[in-house]
Design a protein around this ligand. Structure first.
Ligand code: 5GP
Ligand code: ZN
Length: 119
């Protein structure tokens, strides 16, 4: 499958791993937008939030657990963080393998991208 993150999982492309188990991989974002910015991905290829099936629900829980553990490992559990999913065109998703952005290490500010008329 021609998927960037599947290639990272397979080791065909390099990555800086933060945490790994048999279901989930957490690795450094190549283009960080915060002092801490890692990506949490399932080892199973799921293209986006829209493609999550009932059989994946435990796996989504595993992603949250890995995110929590990565936050502690990276020292931002006490200071706080965000877990973000971008889905589809309006969500500005660019890699179509489900992932959470785990971001922290500074005060991130209010959520952006919400126009005043929709706030
Ligand atoms: P999206 O825009 O789909 O929510 O997020 C994709 C993320 O993957 C971006 O933040 C981008 O910096 C990151 N990314 C894209 N290509 C690579 C890569 O080859 N290696 C790593 N580590 N991150 C990548
Ligand atoms: Zn994939």
């Amino acid at each position: 499958m021609d998927c960037l993150f599947c290639k990272i999982i397979e080791g065909d492309l390099p990555s800086t791993k933060v945490l790994e188990n048999d279901k989930v991989l957490v690795f450094q974002n190549i283009n960080p937008e915060a002092p801490v910015h890692v990506l949490v991905i399932p080892k199973k290829h799921i293209a986006s939030m829209n493609d999550i099936e009932d059989e994946d629900l435990l796996l989504i829980g595993e992603m949250h657990k890995a995110a929590k553990e990565a936050a502690a490992k990276l020292g931002i559990d006490e200071s706080g963080y965000r877990l973000i999913n971008n889905c589809g065109k309006d969500g500005m998703q660019t890699v179509f393998h489900l992932h959470y952005h785990l971001m922290g290490g500074k005060r991130l500010g209010a959520l952006t991208g919400i126009s005043p008329e929709h706030a």
